[in-house]
Design a protein around this ligand. Structure first.
Ligand code: SF4
Length: 396
């Protein structure tokens, strides 16, 4: 015969039983009401899709954060090794004096930020910086120049190409961000061995004119198309905390997810307010918005590298790890990130070691494996060609 339990213990006993044994799953109805159909479909996907509607992206973005990050983590595991984080270093090879009016930027000549404009760095100085980055564990080296575009910059392009070839020859992935480029400039950079070209869309099409007026959203998309047509990988992302709304973050991710081919890299920047710029007084965006954006990007762009970029230094280690768990898998690391401070190599390696991450190898990302082989093949062919030309010369 069993005695009835006192009311106060009934709950305790049930709790103990349900802690060790699964008696029932949460009601399917409760879960279904929280998880939108678009997210359920995305969770089962085995390949990226480019026919997202903005409503679907919005529904995913608005999923309760705990469910959203859980789904993002599952998708991340299907498309990537969740322990691999790419370490890249970004160097400014030409600082300040830019004619554009990007409201967040210290390098625009329109704002008094106290930044001194410089000429382009010499090639050997840049190669030395890339060697240091490599020695410290970076496998991708990115170079930025503060320009509107590459028109009339033949010598600069020649120097950039030397930098690209030199860094690629070190076995590193190499990326540049030089403003707008045309088809021919893109082809020249591709021939020099460029892995990726960065050109951010920054925000949604609707909010964009509040941030930049000197070039249009369509001009930016045209550069991305030129890059894509030349066979270079696309790196394009956004900046959070410009004063945009949730719908603008959704709009940005939707634009990326609707491109004919998704960008291979999606940087997520958090505004670092620079005194003297129109956005110099803005407060840092709240972390939940950053995490939500990372998770949504991971779900909508499942095969893309999602890159924690500017502003990472303001996140705690635990917040960074939450972003990695929700699908971020690259960081900028080193002494500086363009003109702002950056988490350093030692700090990042220690964090990786503590949490069980490892630095991604160069060309480890699936979309780069073939390209690396082709480049190596090209190099071998070049050497054979050089040798036979030299032999011909000797014979002659
Ligand atoms: S184009 Fe680049 S360097 Fe020039 S103001 Fe805009 S963000 Fe800054």
């Amino acid at each position: 015969m069993s005695l009835p339990l006192p009311r106060t213990l009934r709950g305790t006993l049930l709790l103990r039983r349900s802690y060790g044994t699964v008696h029932s799953t949460p009601s399917a109805g409760a879960l279904a009401s929280r998880i939108p159909a678009a997210l359920r479909e995305a969770t089962a996907a085995t390949a990226p899709r480019t026919n997202w509607t903005r409503e679907e992206v919005q529904q995913i973005y608005e999923t309760p954060l705990n469910d959203l990050t859980y789904a993002a983590a599952a998708i991340h595991r299907r498309f990537h090794d969740p322990a691999a984080i790419q370490m890249c270093t970004l160097m400014n090879i030409k600082t300040g004096g830019c004619s554009e009016d990007c409201s967040y930027c210290a390098q625009s000549s329109r704002y008094d930020t106290g930044l001194k404009a410089t000429k382009m760095s010499p090639v050997d100085e840049v190669l030395a910086a890339a060697r240091t980055a490599k020695a410290n564990g970076s496998t991708r080296f990115c170079m930025g120049a503060a320009w509107r575009d590459m028109r009339g910059r033949k010598t600069s392009l020649k120097n950039v190409k030397s930098m690209v070839s030199g860094i690629r020859g070190m076995g590193m992935e190499v990326c540049v961000t030089l403003g707008m480029i045309d088809e021919n400039q893109a082809k020249e950079l591709k021939d020099a061995g460029l892995t990726a070209y960065n050109h951010n869309l920054d925000t949604s099409r609707e909010f964009y004119p509040s941030i930049i007026t000197t070039r249009s959203y369509d001009e930016r998309l045209r550069t991305l198309q030129n890059v894509r047509d030349a066979g270079i990988n696309v790196c394009s992302g956004g900046i959070l905390g410009l004063g945009e709304k949730d719908e603008d973050r959704v709009g940005l991710i939707h634009t990326m997810g609707s491109l004919e081919k998704h960008p291979e890299s999606f940087p997520v920047n958090a505004l670092v307010p620079i005194p003297g710029t129109p956005l110099g007084e803005r407060k840092m965006i709240s972390f939940d918005k950053i995490l939500r954006t990372v998770a949504t990007a991971r779900i909508v762009l499942p095969a893309t590298i999602v890159r924690l970029a500017a502003g990472r230094i303001s996140l705690s280690e635990e917040q960074q790890v939450q972003c990695f768990q929700a699908g971020a898998n690259a960081v900028f690391t080193g002494e500086k990130m363009l003109t702002t401070d950056c988490n350093g190599w030692d700090e990042d390696r220690a964090m990786f070691g503590k949490w069980g991450f490892y630095p991604m190898k160069s060309f480890e990302a699936e979309h780069l494996v073939e390209e690396a082989k082709e480049f190596e093949q090209g190099k071998v062919e070049e050497v054979v060609e050089e040798k036979s030309t030299a032999q011909d010369a000797v014979r002659a």
